[in-house]
Design a protein around this ligand. Structure first.
Ligand code: AMP
Length: 216
């Protein structure tokens, strides 16, 4: 499959992308994960991106496009890809359109995950992430807690609250989403690629998306 996942922070893009990639081996490409790994590794990219990320601001478009131009040309994308957290601005969406035309790749469609705002806020403030950059398993202190000692069930590393998951950063991320990313819904609607999915349970949403792919 070749799809883009749109949705506010906390809409469950990461979880849905992971489940979809198990469906047919399409690779999950998360710009957030790529950036967090770069910050952890202390690369030039990580140093440039860190302050924007900690504040809950978007990393500059040019930096993101440089990452994605390279990423989308790696051989594993031949099986298909699920773009999770990219594009995030109209400029990125237009640059992606040009890039895909050049690479002769067609998107199946764009999935817009719709989640009520109170559900989003609850999810974001209760989310915890494994601190091991190789793992980054996501937990929720209410519905899917880590071990009693606060460690990851998969790799044993400490499970932490990300710097961008403080209340101030969360509010900023939601404002940034409304201002910069929500306009992509109209953009992809005009492109004839948008499909909306009310997303409360990730597994059910994934089943709906798989059904839409089969009926394409
Ligand atoms: P995420 O895990 O997708 O919520 O991304 C975490 C942070 O990484 C965001 O709050 C941004 O600072 C940055 N980021 C991720 N993807 C993008 C993107 N496509 N454009 C700009 N910044 C991004």
């Amino acid at each position: 499959m070749r799809i883009v996942l749109l949705g506010a922070p906390g809409a469950g893009k990461g979880t849905v992308a992971k489940l979809l990639s198990e469906f047919d081996g399409s690779v999950q490409i998360s710009t957030g994960d790529i950036l967090r790994a770069a910050v952890k590794d202390g690369t030039d990219l990580g140093r440039e991106a860190k302050d924007y990320m900690d504040r809950g601001d978007l990393v500059p478009d040019a930096l993101i496009m440089k990452i994605m131009e390279e990423r989308l040309q790696k051989p594993d994308c031949g099986k298909g890809f699920i773009l999770d957290g990219f594009p995030r601005t109209i400029l990125q969406a237009e640059a992606l359109k040009t890039l895909l035309e050049r690479l002769k790749i067609k998107l199946d469609f764009v999935v817009n995950l719709e989640v009520p705002k109170d559900v989003i806020l609850d999810r974001l403030t209760t989310r915890r992430t494994c601190s091991n950059p190789e793992c980054q398993e996501i937990y929720n202190i209410k519905s899917n807690p880590p071990t009693a000692a606060g460690t990851c069930k998969k790799c044993g590393s400490p499970v932490i609250q990300r710097d961008d998951e403080t209340v101030a950063a969360i509010n900023n991320r939601l404002e940034t989403y409304n201002e910069k990313t929500a306009p992509l819904i109209g953009f992809y609607e005009r492109e004839g690629l948008l499909k909306n999915f009310l997303s409360l349970q990730s597994k059910e949403t994934v089943a709906e998306i798989e059904k839409s792919l089969k009926n394409k």
